[in-house]
Design a binder for this molecule. Structure first.
Ligand code: THU
Length: 129
C-alpha cells in the first residue's frame, strides 16, 4: 500500500467538493493531525477573485478550528500534481512545521513527496519578528 494512502484518498475525495467556476482548476487537500484525525479542504473561488481560498489553507484552518494541535502530513490532489502556492507554503511552514507533503495528479502513478523545507527554504517565520 502507498505511504499515507488514506490521506491521499481523502485529498482526492475533497477535490470533488471544490468550487472553481473561474479557473476550472480544482484542488483537494487533506491534513493529518497529531490526534490521527484527517481534515479535508478544497479550493473555493470567489467572483471577487482575491477572496478565493486554497484547498491547503481550508484544510489546515479547519483543522485548527476543530481543535487540532499539530500536524504530521499533508496531501494535495490536482489534475496534474501541482505544488502548493507561495501563500500556502508559508501557512504550512508556520502551522505544520517540516512535514511530508504528498502531491498527486489524476494518473495512477506514485505520489510525489516533498517536505515543507524543500518547498520553502529559508522561510520567514515568528522568529524573525
Ligand atoms: N489553488 C489551491 O487551491 N491551492 C494551491 O496551492 C494553488 C492554487 C487554487 C486557487 C484557485 O482556486 C485555483 O487553484 C487556481 O489558482
Amino acid at each position: 500500500m502507498t505511504e499515507n494512502a488514506e490521506l491521499i484518498n481523502q485529498a482526492r475525495q475533497a477535490r470533488q467538493q471544490a468550487r472553481a467556476p473561474y479557473s476550472g482548476y480544482t484542488v483537494g487537500a487533506a491534513v493529518l493531525g497529531t490526534s490521527g484525525r484527517i481534515y479535508p479542504g478544497c479550493n473555493v473561488e470567489s467572483s471577487a477573485f482575491s477572496t478565493t481560498l486554497c484547498a491547503e489553507r481550508v484544510a489546515i484552518f479547519g483543522a485548527i478550528a476543530a481543535g487540532e494541535a499539530g500536524f504530521t502530513a499533508l496531501a494535495v490532489a490536482t489534475k496534474n500534481g501541482g505544488t502548493p502556492c507561495g501563500a500556502c507554503r508559508q501557512v504550512i511552514h508556520e502551522q505544520c512545521g517540516d512535514i511530508p507533503i504528498y502531491l498527486v495528479g489524476e494518473n495512477s502513478g506514485q505520489p510525489v513527496k516533498f517536505t515543507t523545507s524543500q518547498l520553502l527554504p529559508h522561510p520567514f517565520g515568528p522568529d524573525e519578528i
